[in-house]
Design a protein around this ligand. Structure first.
Ligand code: ATP
Ligand code: MG
Length: 139
């Protein structure tokens, strides 16, 4: 059973702090297969487009500046029930609310700088994966 797919980013502050290896290890150790992986950086324009769904939210400008502030890792992951299980593994948006054993509990600095992104639906996972990876970069 190949499972379903989700999309993640290791965000700029977690990469800058040197946590990317440990975060990837946690992801793989929790049963996710890496389908695609890229070390890259979003331009301000690209970050704005990626987070367009949050355009009306008060934190949109801060979020776009932050996501364009440094390199990230982008990845497509595969597992049974991938999207929901990955949201459980990353924990609540605000790390002070995140459960023990989650990536955000271990590595997030704040609600804004919260170490990782996880898609919130199978449909968005597909859109977000294709934002970063062509079909020949997905194995
Ligand atoms: P993500 O989409 O990155 O996985 P999420 O689904 O847990 O996070 P969203 O509500 O989609 O949370 O918010 C997207 C991102 O915007 C958050 O991960 C965080 O970086 C930032 N953010 C959310 N709420 C706030 C806030 N109140 N102030 C500042 N930044 C915020
Ligand atoms: Mg979200």
């Amino acid at each position: 059973m190949a499972g379903t797919r989700t999309f993640t980013m290791i965000k700029p502050e977690a990469v800058a702090a040197g946590h990317a290896g440990k975060i990837l290890d946690m992801i793989i150790g929790n049963g996710f297969r890496v389908v695609s992986l890229k070390y890259t950086r979003l331009s301000h324009k690209e970050a704005g487009a990626f987070y367009e769904v949050h355009k009306e939210r008060p934190f949109y400008g801060e979020l776009v500046d932050y996501m364009a502030s440094g390199p990230i890792y982008a990845a497509i992951l595969e597992k049974s029930n991938a999207m929901e299980d990955f949201r459980k593994l990353i924990g609540a948006t605000d790390p002070s609310q995140a459960a023990e054993g989650t990536i955000r509990k271990a590595f997030a600095e704040s609600k804004a700088k919260n170490a990782v992104h996880g898609s919130d639906s199978d449909e968005n996972a597909l859109i977000e994966g294709h934002f970063f990876f062509s079909s020949r970069e997905q194995y």
